[in-house]
Design a protein around this ligand. Structure first.
Ligand code: NAI
Ligand code: MG
Length: 357
């Protein structure tokens, strides 16, 4: 019987609250399935670790994670530490060395949840956003000179490589091909950014030739925001650069009802290092410690993790249990307009899993 080793890292704010809920639900999943076991190891890396050690994680942190089959990650960010320190010190310091270059973000309107779009009742909005997760605008290349002087200069350089663009395009086309509509939209900004984005478009067209059964089109990122709102049903799989997809996926999460239900997976498709699964949301200082964080995003990403580990039946069972729970407005947390607590939603999902066949 396979046994999977999971690194559980709550991080900051509501991160530890939702990851504790996720671990609890995953344990019930494994018990209910009976065909595999999960072994969790807790990592206390994050802002508290930073206050004690001056770093967000040990220098060999990413390497230590290589021993695990997957990483379940909460959120990072604290009010008293600059966001670029926390984000680069932990999340990006894991994603980049482990080469988790495909960030996958499914968006659907779950049963019982109301989209703010009046023309969406459910099936009209069913997307997967693929975000380039290793380079582009967040490559970390750049610098500052003349700090604090009137002549100060600052640069963030967006890096796009042929290899990096090719691999994310291939991933996106393959994913589009695996979905019923076989439809891909490539997001770009090649009208204004005339070097890297033009190469991005060229490589998209080259890779498209390898996937003759996938219908694809190209959309400027600004126009894409309108299309997501006005004609959501014309979209299915979407691929975009690191920055573009970062922004578009928050919009997607809001259109699907709440940031509190949106999941993501940082995938290393070649599987030469573990992939990392996390809710899209951050550490949400405003609700930390109140027991009302919505754990659904974490449950959904836990289901993606099971799928990635090769347990599709358990993954589907978990998603069904989550949908049974979201269908009941009495089990909605405040971000969805309800009054339920993290505890109540977690218990309800565990119960639905035990009852599932
Ligand atoms: P946020 O996602 O933490 O919160 C935005 C709003 O959504 C808040 O009103 C919050 O209460 C609500 N919200 C988020 N998740 C929720 C959940 N599960 N249930 C109910 N309500 C939820 O984003 P914000 O406020 O911009 O950032 C806070 C901190 O988190 C910052 O330090 C930021 O850098 C960090 N952050 C970290 C991310 C990560 O670790 N991947 C992603 C986004 C932000
Ligand atoms: Mg973001």
């Amino acid at each position: 019987m396979p046994s999977y080793r999971i690194a559980a890292m709550g991080g900051d704010g509501i991160g530890p609250e939702v990851i504790a809920a996720g671990v609890e639900v995953l344990k019930v999943c494994a018990e209910r399935d009976g065909g595999f076991t999960l072994e969790f190891t807790d990592f206390d890396w994050g802002s508290d670790y930073y206050r004690r050690h001056g770093v967000m994680m040990p220098a060999d942190g990413a390497d230590r994670l290589r021993a695990y089959d997957a990483i379940l990650f909460g959120a990072v960010g604290a009010p008293d530490i600059p966001d670029h320190v926390t984000l680069w010190g932990l999340r990006l310091s894991i994603c980049q060395p482990l080469d988790q270059y495909a960030n996958v973000r499914p968006t659907r309107v779950l049963p019982g949840i109301t989209s703010p779009l009046r023309n969406v009742s459910g099936p009209e909005l069913d997307w997967v956003i693929v975000r380039e997760n290793s380079e582009g605008e967040y490559s970390g290349v750049g610098g500052r000179a003349h700090k604090g002087l009137p002549i100060e200069v600052a640069q963030d350089v967006s890096i796009m490589t042929r290899a990096g663009v090719q691999r994310i395009m291939r991933y996106a086309f393959r994913l589009a091909q695996s979905r019923p509509r076989k439809l891909l939209t490539v997001v770009t900004k090649s009208n204004a950014q005339r070097h890297a984005m033009v190469m991005w478009d060229e490589i998209a067209a080259e890779v498209a030739a390898e996937f003759p059964d996938v219908t694809w089109d190209k959309m400027l990122v600004d126009a894409m925001t309108m299309r997501m709102v006005i004609r959501p049903q014309t979209l299915d799989t979407i691929v975009a650069s690191n920055l573009h997809a970062d922004i578009l996926s928050d919009l997607a999460a809001a259109l699907a009802g709440s940031l509190g239900i949106a999941p993501t997976a940082n995938i290393n498709p070649e599987r030469d290092a573990p992939s990392m699964f996390e809710p899209i949301h951050g550490s949400a200082f405003d609700i930390t410690g109140k027991g009302i964080a919505n754990p659904v995003a974490t449950f959904w990403t836990a289901s993606m993790m099971l799928e990635h580990l090769g347990e599709p039946a358990a993954a589907a069972r978990l998603m069904k249990a989550v949908e049974r729970v979201t269908a009941d407005p009495a089990l909605h947390t405040p971000d969805l307009g309800g009054r339920a607590t993290t505890r109540q939603v977690t218990d309800a999902v565990c119960e639905a899993l035990r009852q599932a066949n």
